[in-house]
Design a protein around this ligand. Structure first.
Ligand SMILES: [Zn+2]
Length: 156
């Protein structure tokens, strides 16, 4: 099995609902998404995927959708206010934890046709969360949040 991994840096804000720690307040991170693709065989160029292709699809989506954007839970009352003021928001069905953001990026990579096997979201230099699906059971479907985001952009 061959693997390639690309790091994608982006800045985002968020806050967690129903949470007692300091992350209940709005704050931001210089995050890094570590995206791993895998393949049993290499293409005619001798690659799993060209890093430029990963950059052109996944990084472009992150830049347009998540970078310099406030990631919020659908139930967060701030969503309406921030949108009203023209702020960039991306709404998730769940709390916008590192785990949820890793899953979001994983699902988009899958939707974009990349042979993704894992996404790790580094929230800080010390803390990261990884989404890696259990052994494949047929074709995986991206989560509802990503499918919806493709049809209606939530970024201002
Ligand atoms: Zn945070």
């Amino acid at each position: 099995m061959y693997e390639v991994t690309r790091l994608i840096k982006f800045c985002y804000g968020h806050r967690l609902l129903n949470y007692r720690g300091k992350c209940r307040h709005l704050h931001g991170h210089n995050g890094r998404a570590q995206v791993t693709l895998a393949s049993e065989a290499l293409d005619a160029r001798g690659m799993v995927r060209d890093f430029e292709e990963i950059k052109g699809t996944l990084q472009a989506w992150i830049d347009q959708t998540l970078d310099h954007t406030m990631l919020l839970c659908r139930e967060d009352p701030l969503v309406e206010e921030l949108r009203r003021r023209g702020e960039r928001c991306y709404v998730l069905d769940t709390n916008p934890t590192a785990e949820a953001i890793a899953r979001l990026i994983f699902d988009y990579a899958l939707l974009a046709g990349l042979p993704v096997t894992a996404v790790t979201l580094w929230e800080t230099d010390q803390s990261y969360a990884t989404y890696r699906p259990a052994a494949a059971r047929g074709r995986r479907r991206p989560a509802r949040a990503v499918r919806r985001a493709r049809s209606t952009s939530t970024a201002a």
